[in-house]
Design a protein around this ligand. Sequence first.
Ligand code: GRF
Length: 220
Amino acid sequence: MRVVVLASGRGSNLEALIAAARDRQLPIRIVGVLSDKANARALEIARNAGIPAIHLDPRAFGQRADFDKALFAQVAGLQPDLVVLAGFMRILDPAAFGPWLGRIINIHPSLLPKYPGLHTHRRALEAGDRWHGASVHFVTAELDGGPVIGQVCIDIGSDDTEQTLASRLLGREHRLLVACIGLLASGRAAWTATGVELDGLPLRQPLRLGDDGQLAVQAE
Ligand code: GRF
């Protein structure tokens, strides 16, 4: 499976995907990394791994939609089977990624549908939640609102802060992303007219990542 990754920053999810592909844990080839930030560490990680790294400067485009159009023209040129938003910090024009619906996913640090958008760790703490987590979902026109494939949960302790939550979650996010892409790459999971399917059956709730790094159907 040919994969293009869009990232704006640190690139730790990208690193996890590169490692999983290298270790033959994932049958994917990352064919390009695109970023809206020239100094994104993700671009450096890609270059070091010998992956084409492309920076596209939003300031060079008059309108947001023009940037998005140019971005997805680059994506199309790389001929991916799957586009992964991994810390890509821009809201995209649905018209630009319309042709990719069902083949574009995002990782988001909350238990969606809770806390779309920013500051998810803070919002979970402020709400007094017992549980927090991350979700991998198909991208749709609604911000962080598309159908969820899988989630990972952590409990929130009384001494947790935004920073401790973020750092406890990050490694699990990486495993979640790898596991979800594994299901897509093997054809076991897909988004069809009836929603997300696993092994040809509709998924009634997101899969849950276990301590063994495997995604499983949640008990009802
Ligand atoms: C991750 O927390 C991801 O869930 C969110 O942005 C962050 C990206 O981190 N969408 P990194 O750039 O992959 O290290």
